[in-house]
Design a binder for this molecule. Structure first.
Ligand code: DOR
Length: 437
């Protein structure tokens, strides 16, 4: 009988797969674009591997080999703002950041609130360098007034619903959205900021906003939004996912809800773990303008604590590209958002893993199996016969964030110039190398 011919073998690395509880030196063998097995090298295996084409041999000595990262919160801007990002460029950025799966938000132009637009995105994503999962809108045109055809959206493949960028302000509509989503076993992802309390604030309401004379969005806007939705989640028995959580009070509310057994999950973005509103007055860098806003050191500490104790399940970039023209204005006139796909891993390694808050395995868990589970995605693990979506990380490699190195069409990152530790070495999608350093 002819022996198996693997098309790719990753040797020499430390394989970490939190889903499998696996964490040791091993080889990863790939066949037909899928994981054939993870194995400790034996003489017989070495012989077998000798037969594969040299191009299929990847030496990962000194590297960490993990399941392809999953980013449950990105904006790809297509259709409508292809000057800022396209599905193709966003997925190239994803690959450079180690992400093999991304979930795109529906606040495009037009909005992703109907089957035709979902289909458009899915078709464009077919040849992209990452798997794209579409998150459909909760309400028509993200206006918060009338529910979108949620059943249709799920039927065509949406993995969740959200009005991201906007809070579903009307509690009756949110109740119905939760009830519908429950029938399809998908979560409602909520951008939790009460719009009335935010009142158009452009940064966190704090000592700093008063000092700078900028209008503030208070922490309580997020806390009230989270608490209301937890109450609705308890009432409906549906699944609620809090997007980009930022405040101490919101983390406490989610922690309590989880203890009560309510099916609420949460994600945090690197900037809300790392940056405080003290940064804004230094240069009025419009790339620091983001919704929800960057908060205080006390909030950052509370969010880190939530990440550590499991209150916060996932790390997501909230990659939000905006063109240079749009960001080149006064701070309070700039659109909210910063890119993040290409800096997330380095920031998490430098500010969370290196500081001892999370182990590599726990950090990877929050960027692989946890988001995959919440959204019922097929990825997130190197289990046998899974698609060969793999990220190889050079764990201690130092690098400087540079605007001209971004693959994203937009460069709106406040982290340009930061020196980070931990760099993506290779990204493999279905057995195909989509990024290499
Ligand atoms: O800062 C943000 N930008 N927050 C959001 O929720 C939306 C996003 C965007 O689309 O630019």
């Amino acid at each position: 009988m002819a022996s198996k011919k693997y098309e790719m073998v990753i040797t020499g690395g430390r394989v970490i797969d939190p889903a499998l509880g696996f964490g040791k030196d091993a080889w990863v063998l790939i066949k037909d674009g899928r994981i054939a097995k993870i194995a400790t090298p034996t003489a017989a295996l070495k012989k077998e591997v000798d037969r594969i084409d040299k191009g299929g041999l990847i030496d990962a000595t000194g590297k960490i080999v993990v399941p392809g990262l999953v980013d449950m919160h990105v904006h790809l801007r297509e259709p409508g703002r292809e000057d800022a990002e396209t599905i193709e460029s966003g997925c190239r950025a994803a690959a450079a950041g180690g992400f093999t799966s991304v979930c795109c938000m529906p606040n495009t132009t037009p909005r992703i609130d109907n089957q035709e637009t979902v289909k458009f995105v899915q078709d464009r994503a077919n040849t992209a360098d990452a798997r794209v999962y579409v998150v459909g809108a909760i309400t028509k045109n993200i206006e918060g007034k009338e529910l979108a055809e949620i059943g249709d959206l799920i039927k065509i493949g949406c993995v969740a619903i959200t009005d991201d960028g906007h809070y579903v302000q009307n509690p009756e509509i949110m109740r119905r959205a939760l009830e519908y989503s429950r029938m399809f076993d998908v979560p409602v992802m909520q951008h939790a900021e009460d719009q009335y309390l935010c009142g158009g604030g452009v940064m966190n309401e704090s000592f700093q906003s008063s000092r700078l004379g900028l209008s503030g969005a208070p922490a309580v806007a997020e806390e009230i939004a989270v608490m209301r939705d937890i109450a609705l989640c308890r009432f409906t028995g549906a699944r609620l996912h809090i997007q980009h959580i930022t405040t101490k009070g919101a983390v406490e509310a989610v922690r309590k809800a989880k203890a009560e057994g309510i099916s609420v999950t949460a994600e945090v973005s690197p900037h809300h773990l790392i940056l405080t509103d003290d940064e804004i007055g230094k240069e009025f860098n419009t790339n620091l303008r983001v919704n929800p806003p960057i908060r205080t050191a006390e909030d950052c500490n509370a969010v880190i604590e939530g990440l550590v104790d499991g209150t916060i399940d996932c790390i997501a970039s909230d990659h939000a590209p905006h063109s240079e023209e749009d960001k080149d204005c006064e701070f309070d006139r700039a659109p909210a958002g910063m890119i993040g796909l290409e800096t997330t891993l380095g920031l998490i390694k430098t500010y969370i893993v290196d500081k001892g808050y999370l182990s590599w395995a726990d950090a990877i868990r929050k960027m692989t199996v946890n988001p995959a589970k919440i959204l019922n995605l097929p990825g997130g693990s190197l289990a046998e016969d899974s698609p060969a979506d793999i990220t190889i990380i050079d764990p201690d490699k130092k690098w400087t964030v540079k605007a001209d190195k971004f693959r994203s069409k937009s460069k709106n990152s406040p982290f340009i110039g930061y020196r980070l530790s931990g760099q993506i070495y290779k990204t493999i999608l279905g057995g195909r190398v989509v990024f290499e350093l």
